[in-house]
Design a protein around this ligand. Structure first.
Ligand SMILES: C[S@@+](CC[C@H](N)C(=O)[O-])C[C@H]1O[C@@H](n2cnc3c(N)ncnc32)[C@H](O)[C@@H]1O
Length: 340
């Protein structure tokens, strides 16, 4: 029998889901979780440390208990394992940059119907938006370092899933913060990398590469990969989380460009939130497509069939799938080597 309480509860969860996001955004902005690294604290102590109203602090900290980012014993709060691992700056799995990036686009989601109706990206009230060419310097930094929050994990997953030991020169197309280039050349001593991105992003990537001690193993090209030359002679090309920002025609052109940049026998690794061919899941891919609808003029998520049609048309040998997480999937395609 249908349980109406369960059904209405599900609707209530959907209707109030935004509260959880807002709680997380406020806590990350206030760097709440660092306050507990030295031990448990009361609401009064936190209120004093942050200059907050005591009632406001108590209600907010209790809400953080409700979303399981804090726990509470004898009136004193402490970080749960997820907060300690992911929300304290400097921790290996820190996710604060990507949280700030998502917060920057949060209000745009409340104009979803407009994006659905027009097919156009929506802008926030103050005229800024998420599109690659429209970010403030702070938003750009949160975006690029947010990519690093995700990529630090994914890069290791790719390296564990695909044997890259024979490759010598990687082209990291739209390499962002350089996380993949850093991880790939870090794992494979004979590999070097060239990272291509927009000039302002390359400045951020260069600092990340220096901090990793890899100056000299990673070179940089600045420009627009749709219109500028990306070089040639590479035996490995990475296209990670790029195609979802562009429409089919541009992706087709870009994949052709990757093919042309590769030596015979070289490989393209295409990573994205690739949905199943019937677009019935995974849920993350379906929701990410909506994120692209709201924030880009032509972006979407693309199925393996879509991606295969572009690599086949470019001249690659038939590709293969590798899933590194349920939502993050790879398409691997090699450029034929007539001499082999
Ligand atoms: C979603 S991020 C992905 C970054 C990185 N590949 C990763 O997976 O973590 C997209 C990157 O592509 C870059 N990008 C997008 N369009 C570009 C273009 N036309 N020319 C150069 N870079 C571009 C952006 O600046 C950004 O760094």
């Amino acid at each position: 029998m249908v349980n109406l309480c369960e059904l209405t509860g599900r609707i209530n969860d959907l209707a109030t889901g935004f509260r959880q996001s807002a709680i997380l955004y406020a806590a990350v902005e206030a760097d709440v979780f660092s306050l507990f690294t030295a031990g448990r604290k009361t609401a009064e102590e936190i209120a004093k440390a942050r200059g907050w109203d005591p009632r406001g602090a108590r209600i907010f900290l209790d809400a953080l208990v409700a979303v399981e980012l804090l726990d509470k014993h004898d009136g004193a709060y402490g970080n749960t394992p997820v907060a300690a691992a992911c929300l304290v700056p400097g921790e290996a799995a820190y996710q604060g940059n990507i949280v700030r990036h998502l917060k920057a686009g949060y209000m745009n989601w409340f104009r979803l119907e407009e994006a659905v109706r027009t097919g156009e990206a929506v802008c926030t009230e103050n005229g800024t938006n998420f599109r690659e060419d429209g970010r403030s310097p702070d938003d750009l930094r949160n975006f690029i370092l947010g990519m690093d929050d995700i990529a630090r994990m994914s890069a290791v997953q790719i390296l564990d899933a695909v044997d890259l030991s024979k490759y010598r020169h990687l082209l990291d197309v739209g390499g962002g913060p350089g996380s993949y280039s850093i991880a790939f050349v870090g794992r494979h001593a004979a590999m070097r990398a060239t990272l291509f991105d927009r000039p302002e992003v390359v400045d951020i990537a260069r600092a990340q590469v220096s901090a990793a001690g890899l100056d000299g193993r990673i070179a940089f090209l600045r420009g627009d990969f749709m219109t500028d030359a990306v070089g040639s002679g590479y035996d490995l090309v990475l296209l990670s989380n790029i195609i979802h920002s562009y429409g089919p025609e541009n992706n087709h052109r870009l994949i052709q460009k990757c093919f042309d940049a590769l030596e015979p026998g070289g490989m393209l690794i295409l990573k994205d939130f690739i949905p199943d061919n019937d677009r019935s899941g995974p849920p993350f891919s379906l929701l990410f497509a909506l994120h692209m609808l709201i924030h880009t003029g032509e972006g979407d998520t693309y199925t393996f069939e879509d991606v295969a049609s572009w690599t086949d048309a470019a001249g690659f040998a038939p590709g293969r799938v590798a899933a590194i997480t349920p939502q993050s999937r790879l398409w691997l395609a090699e450029k034929p080597d007539p001499g082999r």
